[in-house]
Design a protein around this ligand. Structure first.
Ligand SMILES: [Zn+2]
Ligand SMILES: [Zn+2]
Ligand SMILES: [Zn+2]
Length: 494
């Protein structure tokens, strides 16, 4: 091929995927010990910003305040039998809540009992009590861990747990980060299932998890769907598949990437058909426009691009996080009632022609977007994901400290670096979800970031094509929303 260096990322050792057995269940109802009683009785009002996150102002009090009002509000009493409850009367369910119910976390806090959290989703809901999709309160993490393993953790221990979970370094722990962490952590999480079965995977059956029950598929026995015909509660039914089965890789990935329980991390050479389609895409999304990011005025803008080689990044771990995030956003944008503004699909420059055999999901504004890079940086991104802590260090942060993408190849090409005669662009899957649009020349970046991290929006679209006649910029603040799928090596034609 025309480029002198053709790189392959080194595959890391595959971490074992947790075996699927029912999690052990604690029966005893306990009162909170002195070590955690302060946290439980008086939710923290000031929340320190997580460490290692210098850029965003992340300190929030919203979680704690919402917790206080939740505790004051109505929730059912927790059933003392928890996951082992066998009561089959609807009246019992009207009076008592059980693990997996939406009022269960608040009820556990209010009645100061030892809670049971049997899926990753149930764990996360406990630490994200108002459903923001992120954990921003380390104390809540400490509370969860105490419920799970009875250990009280000091602040420095929580700090180190936190930095393990916050893989992309944006200062928050997202659900996909939490799942990836817990799945590898084992211990109290050993054998725990995802608990997001309706959103994920090929839509398989939900098996009953009650000890000894042979039910293989949930069949509602009452109008409200609270019980299965097997006699056990709905929340005990979960998909039997392991995490990698619930977050399948795209069909067109290599067979190696489809082996369950085995993680891959490699670059796979694509065929000449895809190279040609990529060349059509890169040129269809080019635009003759100069900005300062290209160089001093007068710096020539390439007239077209010639694609030399295309490689596909197959990285199971990063894909799982991306898949989970995309599933969550898709559910959230389809959820009309909870939002003030209806979801709008946005077409971008790569929507047409796109890549015919590698479709994107327009229902959640999944796009293919360009990211200019060096070959070295591309290698790092593909094996370790984007790191928010590095965002904007070279390119400014007009729309906040996130990760920036372009729908125009010419814009991304401004940041591409030459190695061995070729430039490198990454073509990334990005989930835009609910898009916060701005055509302001100098936007208030703190406000934009806040509306994405704490509001209903999932991404920012800075329309400088409209306000400056240059390019659109797309920004996400959580790297789970990005999957760097194709490494494109190309030459510039002037
Ligand atoms: Zn019960
Ligand atoms: Zn059953
Ligand atoms: Zn059943």
């Amino acid at each position: 091929m025309g480029c002198s260096s053709s790189a392959a990322a080194t595959p890391p050792a595959a971490p074992p995927v947790a075996a699927l057995v029912s999690a052990p269940v604690a029966l005893t109802v306990l009162t909170l010990g002195p070590a955690t009683s302060a946290t439980a009785a008086t939710p923290s009002v000031t929340v320190a910003p997580p460490s290692g996150s210098p850029r965003l102002s992340r300190a929030t009090t919203t979680t704690s305040l919402a917790l206080q009002s939740q505790q004051a509000g109505h929730c059912r009493r927790p059933c003392k039998f928890g996951l082992k409850c066998y009561r089959k009367k609807l009246d019992h369910l009207k009076d008592f809540c059980h693990p997996g119910d939406s009022d269960y976390p608040a009820s556990v806090r209010k009645h100061k009992i030892k809670g049971e959290f049997h899926t990753f989703k149930a764990c996360f809901d406990f630490v994200d009590p108002i459903g923001k999709g992120i954990i921003d309160d380390k104390k809540l993490l400490g509370e969860l861990m105490w419920h799970l393993d009875d250990q009280h953790r000091e602040e420095d221990q929580l700090d180190s747990l936190w930095s393990e979970i916050d893989d992309d370094g944006n200062g928050f722990a997202s659900f996909p980060e939490f799942v990836e962490w817990a799945n590898n952590k084992g211990g109290v999480f050993e054998g725990m299932k995802l608990g997001l079965d309706e959103e994920c995977g090929p839509g398989g059956k939900q098996e009953c998890g009650f000890m000894g029950c042979r039910c293989k598929s949930f069949r509602p026995a009452d109008d409200e769907g609270m019980f299965c015909s097997c006699g056990h509660k709905k929340f005990l039914h979960t998909a039997p598949d392991s995490l990698d089965m619930l977050t399948p890789v795209p069909d067109y990935w290599s067979d190696n990437a489809k082996v369950s329980g085995q993680d891959v991390n490699e670059w796979v050479d694509c065929d000449d058909d895809l190279r040609q389609q990529m060349e059509a895409l890169i040129n269809a999304s080019a635009k003759q426009s100069w900005t300062r990011d290209r160089g001093p005025p007068g710096t020539a803008v390439p007239a077209s691009f010639e694609v030399v080689q295309v490689q596909r990044n197959e990285n199971s771990k990063v894909w799982r996080k991306y898949y989970l995030k995309r599933s969550l956003i898709k559910k959230h944008v389809g959820d009309e009632a909870s939002d003030t503004e209806s979801f709008e699909q946005k077409a971008v420059k790569t929507t047409s022609p796109g890549l015919p055999d590698q479709p994107v999901d327009g229902d959640c504004n999944e796009w293919f977007l360009w990211h200019g890079s060096s070959l070295e940086a591309a290698k790092s991104i593909c094996s370790n994901d984007f790191k928010v802590s590095l965002a904007g260090t070279t390119t400014g942060t007009l729309y906040g400290a996130g990760t920036y993408f372009a729908d125009s190849s010419t814009k991304a090409d401004e940041y591409a670096k030459e190695t061995g005669g070729c430039f490198t662009l990454l073509l990334c899957r990005v989930v835009g979800g609910r898009v916060l649009y701005t055509d302001e020349v100098t936007p208030n970046s703190d406000q934009l970031v806040g509306k994405c991290l704490h509001g209903v929006y999932d991404s920012v679209l800075g329309d400088r094509e409209k306000c400056r006649n240059t390019f659109k910029e797309f920004v996400v603040f959580s790297t789970d929303q990005v999957y760097a799928e194709f490494i494109v090596s190309y030459k510039r034609n002037y």
